[in-house]
Design a protein around this ligand. Structure first.
Ligand code: ADP
Ligand code: ZN
Length: 221
């Protein structure tokens, strides 16, 4: 991929599919920003902003933050100069109205969206999410069993404190998976019908999944 070309990627997949990890790698590879709506909302909560307060109630229940609110946030972010050469969207769109909203964003006709969907069986998602620990400082993710930090509770990347996200508790995980099936899964058909969708096996190691994504992006360009 030419570093000067425009690359607009959307990573789809259920909670726990590995979107954040893979989006980070793709963002470094193509040198475009990684836009995670979940991280943006958590940052707003951390700042105690009005948007953060409004979003938190939905997030804690595992529900979607209202579409209009999300569309405003994402439109504003995509209008920033660093998105000119593209972006990796992680966690957006999450519903058909959001996908329609993204369609309506004017990218000056340069380059199409590529939508990559990570497929992971439900039982594996629950295992991944329930054991997940996140760094409060840098957002890096670990797993108590599959990818434990070297030192308990401490981020290997930055030394920050690891915590369990409020919505990574088992009861909330099931609610999030239900919301995914109902609200987000219809996007697969939505993008498939437009010929934009590539489905990727999301099981196995980070490196294996990353290699699958890379080859999917290469063969079709
Ligand atoms: P995951 O993909 O693992 O569920 P995220 O960090 O992407 O985690 O999202 C966490 C929560 O933030 C979601 O459950 C939802 O409440 C909210 N959220 C994030 N992105 C969106 C979005 N595009 N639309 C609505 N809500 C969102
Ligand atoms: Zn960290």
């Amino acid at each position: 991929m030419e570093p000067t070309s425009v690359i607009r990627l959307v990573l789809l997949g259920p909670p726990g599919a590995g979107k954040g990890t893979q989006a980070d790698l793709l963002s470094a590879r193509f040198r475009v920003p990684h836009i995670s709506t979940g991280d943006m909302l958590r940052a707003e909560i951390g700042r105690g902003s009005e948007l953060g307060c409004e979003a938190k109630a939905f997030m804690d229940r595992g529900e979607l933050v209202p579409d209009q609110l999300m569309l405003g946030v994402v439109r504003e972010r995509l209008a920033k100069a660093d998105c000119e050469r593209g972006f990796v969207l992680d966690g957006f769109p999450r519903s058909v109205p959001q996908a329609n909203g993204l369609d309506a964003v004017d990218f000056a006709g340069v380059g199409a969206l590529r939508v990559l969907s990570l497929l992971v069986p439900a039982a594996e998602l629950v295992r991944r999410l329930a054991g997940r620990r996140t760094c409060r400082a840098c957002g890096a993710m670990f797993h108590v069993a599959f990818e434990p930090p070297t030192k308990d509770g401490v981020c290997d990347r930055c030394g920050g404190a690891l915590y369990q996200r409020d919505d990574d508790r088992e009861d909330i995980i099931h609610a999030r998976l239900d919301v995914y099936r109902k609200e987000t899964e219809p996007l697969l058909a939505f993008y498939r019908a437009r010929g934009l969708l590539t489905e990727i096996d999301g099981t196995g190691s980070t490196a294996e999944v990353s290699a699958r994504l890379a080859s999917a992006l290469e063969v079709s360009h």
